[in-house]
Ligand binder design. Sequence first.
Ligand SMILES: *Cc1c(COP(=O)(O)O)cnc(C)c1O
Length: 371
Amino acid sequence: MSLANTYARYPVEFVSGQGAWLTDSGGERYLDFLSGIAVNNLGHCHPQVVAAVQEQVGRLMHVSNLFYTEPNVRLAERLAARSFGESVFFCNSGAEANEAAIKLVRKHRPRGDVIVALNAFHGRTYGALSATPQEAKQAPFAPLVPGFRAIEATEIAAAVDADTAAVLIEPIQGESGVNVMSPELLAGIRAACDAVGAALVFDEVQTGMGRTGSLWAYEQLGVEPDAMTLAKGLGGGLPIGALVIGPKLQSVFAPGDHGSTFAGGPVVSAAANVALDVIDDEAFLARVRESGERLVEKLRELPYVASVRGRGLMVAAEITTEAPKLAARALTEQRLIINATGATTLRFLPPLIVSPEEIDDAVDRLKMLEI
Ligand SMILES: *Cc1c(COP(=O)(O)O)cnc(C)c1O
């Protein structure tokens, strides 16, 4: 096997997808409640995304960021108009979006610290990894980038001081198991940052693009950040990331400060514009919230589920058995794709277009697994 040994992959090869369904090389169909880890928010091969990408790929694929393209300028304008943002820096992934955010806040307050929450996940590149205080992920790669302080989320507000450049935080921690930050906690951090002139950055790489039932998670929290990072669902399945910059940090970057050759190309931007067309719609988002409530209710009926948490279609269940084993059995025995984020935590990230019947189907498949 010539693939580098960096993932514990399941022995399944997928060849096609449609909506919430994937088909493997043996012709078996799987119900997808992971969505490529919150990427396929519109489901697989959404017809509008496919059409827009096919049209754009035959017209113009790449010109570099020395020039403008219409799909990219339009995407930036829409992201700014539909958020606190004034401008947008594009990149190709979530880690890169966080790299850009870290550079932005460091330039804003030179030599300042970046405070992150314990159990956070911000990506695998060196800056983002240094902002990801998880021993197993960091230890083999020391020395890390200096200037990060990892603090229990509830203690962050008290830890912000005159040396703080920024607090970087996920409104709901994704990779460590859908840990929801309360509006009060985030409001306290917002006030602490304001008191010393530090920036507040939300990592909405996983929570953005309708995942929690609003376009951005912060809209349900009553707290606005000074910048936010996006990726995962932004491109309707294609790789694009973004750093949205609000008024306070708007004038920090100057030409030459940061860049990326591929970033925000016309094809991925065309796909992201379609993703926004579909998701940024109140009726669509209301359905996400209803679907999330249905999923939570149904999961609570399972005998081995102790508790369920989350917002919209970002849901985790605490179970009384080994979650990694259960996720593997769900895949092989029931053709249901879910993932375990911890020893006893299952995570559910179905495509936002999932139907009530598909939600019931998924939970029925979990019921079939005898524990
Ligand atoms: C996935 C994720 C990232 C990293 O994104 P990549 O595209 O894998 O680099 C960063 N932050 C959060 C919250 C994520 O869920």
